[in-house]
Write a protein that binds this ligand. Structure first.
Ligand SMILES: NC(=O)C1=CN([C@@H]2O[C@H](COP(=O)(O)OP(=O)(O)OC[C@H]3O[C@@H](n4cnc5c(N)ncnc54)[C@H](OP(=O)(O)O)[C@@H]3O)[C@@H](O)[C@H]2O)[C@@H](O)CC1
Ligand SMILES: Nc1ncnc2c1ncn2[C@@H]1O[C@H](COP(=O)(O)OP(=O)(O)O)[C@@H](O)[C@H]1O
Ligand SMILES: [K+]
Length: 508
């Protein structure tokens, strides 16, 4: 599913209006009507009828005026409050404002504190609030009367439907600009918006419904979007040909583990084999090979020369020899973060000529020399903490600037980045940005990332290119976590449970 910025949306609307000739007022009519339909559906379901519509002075407000008309016609009790001098309203919004005034629909301005009291009284008596303050035109912090009105709406506990974007959320990056409406539902026009595809925007948008407002199909199909939301049709698993053998499904080398972190290695190797690749070789420090071999039937394990139960420079040659027998290498889970391990990882990366998935301690190992991956075939899978070590920003700065962080990193290092989180963002400078919506907070549990590394690596050796391997891995990892949480809940969910459900979600 395509995701657009404010500017891209405005550009699409202007082509539809000025090139194709669609009257802008038709787009507003369709937008307002879509909002009214969802509002009516909710009110019929709870047999309620009082609606307050909070409008701004622009076309977002215009959508609100149109919604007021449809809801009034359906017999609901509609009150419209405008946080602007209505003399300042123009264009399509003005046209629709005049219509509802001519129809006798209640319209009141909120320009000063006294009028807020009356607004608050009406909000308290309402059953549904429609937020039509700001959409793609929000271009500064919300303050003054608008802020007070939003605080009243958020404090009311009423059911809220936001028009296009929850007012106060920056449509380009999801940031809260001062304050923002917390909606139960957001009816967004024609395309998903960047600002409600990642946190914190996701938290404010509630359930997002994408409404078709009549933008011409060829426009919708032909726009090249850099940002995309991963959907089921992006991750179809082709039917397997009958006449195949395990060699056809790829060979993976997992380089992982250390004397007190054997689980990460096991989780990564097992998730790879469960995701369908033909052969998984697991290289571990020889100190733990016995343990690994006894618990991993399908995995071929190799005990490499180690130093105090962890890899070191002396382990590099054996890794490279093994790497020659496989299609890709995953390195990182459970290595530990010692100086020896860091040297080992860098040497492997320097000398390895194979597609590479770097996770966990392998990411920490290169955090002071990320340049070394430039020109290499690398997928990196950091969580926010590892990302802050790779990119230098603090975790908070990264969380507040997810898109910017990803774009900066991929343009500098030309690698495929999987920035893990509640909405994992996959980026590749030439192929664009993909946002994942599967998964749940139950997956915030030790080992969950090791499982993901195995899945991405497995898709890689099965023939998917880097970005596709990452998209498939992240999507099915989240699906497995979702199915597992239906059984185990979100508190009890473990990485092993995610592992268990990989085959089921891939079978669907
Ligand atoms: N044909 C179309 O285009 C269609 C558009 N559609 C709808 O229109 C929406 C875009 O409408 P829009 O461009 O008029 O901007 P909108 O979001 O209503 O903001 C209104 C004005 O508020 C102001 N303002 C901004 N930030 C502020 C702040 N923090 N605090 C105070 N004021 C602030 C700023 O005006 P300024 O004060 O800068 O003059 C801004 O212009 C879009 O989301 C969709 O719902 C659909 O109907 C489909 C057809
Ligand atoms: N709230 C959440 N919603 C969805 N997915 C989540 C959430 N929290 C974590 N995850 C997913 O769980 C995994 C956690 O990985 P990671 O932090 O590397 O775990 P570990 O390092 O313990 O293996 C990531 O894939 C992440 O996207
Ligand atoms: K809005």
């Amino acid at each position: 599913m395509k995701i657009v910025s404010n500017g891209e949306m405005r550009e699409i609307e202007s082509i539809a209006i000025n090139t194709v000739g669609l009257p802008s007022v038709c787009l507003m009519e369709n937008a307002g009507r879509a909002v009214a339909e969802h509002a009516a559906e909710y009110l019929f379901s709870c047999k309620r009828k009082n609606i307050v519509i909070l409008c701004g002075k622009g076309n977002n407000g215009g959508d609100g005026f149109v919604a007021a008309r449809y809801l009034f016609n359906k017999g609901f009790d509609v009150k419209v409050f405008v946080v602007s001098n209505i003399g300042l309203i123009s264009g399509d919004a003005k046209k629709n404002l005049d219509i509802i005034i001519n129809m006798g629909i209640y319209v009141a301005e909120i320009l000063q504190k006294e009028q807020l009291k009356f607004f608050e009284k009406n909000i308290k008596e309402s059953d549904l609030v429609i937020d039509a303050l700001y959409g793609t035109g929000l271009d500064r912090e919300v303050s003054g009367i608008s802020k007070d009105a939003i605080d009243i709406v958020n404090g009311s506990g009423k059911y809220v439907i936001s028009v296009d974007i929850p007012s106060g959320i920056n449509g380009d990056n999801g940031k809260v600009e001062g304050c923002a409406v917390k909606a139960n539902v957001t009816v967004t026009m024609q395309f998903m918006k960047k600002g409600i595809a990642v946190y914190p925007g996701v938290d404010y948008a509630g359930k997002v419904i994408v409404a078709d407002i009549g933008i011409p199909r060829n426009l919708v199909d032909n726009i090249q979007c850099r940002y995309n939301m991963i959907s089921q049709d992006d991750v179809v698993l082709p039917k397997r040909a009958r006449n195949t053998h395990k060699g056809d499904y790829g060979k993976l080398l997992v380089v992982a583990g250390s004397k007190n972190m054997t689980g990460a290695a096991a989780l990564c190797a097992m998730s790879a084999i469960k995701t369908g690749c033909g052969i998984v070789k697991l290289a571990v420090p020889k100190a733990i090979q016995g343990i690994m071999q006894s618990s991993l039937r399908e995995i071929i394990t190799y005990g490499l020369d180690d130093k105090d139960g962890a890899f070191y420079l002396g382990s590099v040659d054996e890794v490279l020899k093994l790497a020659n027998t496989v299609d890709a290498v995953a390195i990182g889970p459970g290595l530990t973060n010692s100086c020896d391990v860091r040297e080992f990882v860098k040497e492997v990366i320097l000398r390895l000529e194979k597609p590479l998935v770097l996770d966990a301690d392998a990411l920490n190992a290169i955090s002071d020399s990320v340049d070394m991956i430039i020109g290499k075939d690398v997928i990196l899978t950091p969580h926010i903490g590892e990302m802050s070590r790779l990119s230098g920003g603090s975790a908070n700065e990264i969380n507040d600037n997810i898109y910017e962080t990803v774009e900066k990193f991929i343009s500098k290092y030309k690698a495929t980045l999987v920035l893990k989180g509640s909405r994992t963002v996959i980026g590749n400078d030439t192929e664009g940005i993909y946002i994942n919506c599967t998964g749940n907070p139950g997956m915030a549990t030790a080992g969950s990332g090791d499982v993901l590394t195995g899945m991405i690596s497995s898709f890689l050796v099965q023939g998917l290119k880097e970005v596709k391997a990452a998209i498939y891995g992240v999507y099915y990892h989240g699906k497995a976590g979702d199915m597992a949480s239906e059984r185990y809940g979100e508190y009890g969910l473990t990485a092993t449970n995610i592992l268990e459900y990989i085959p089921y979600v891939m079978k669907m």
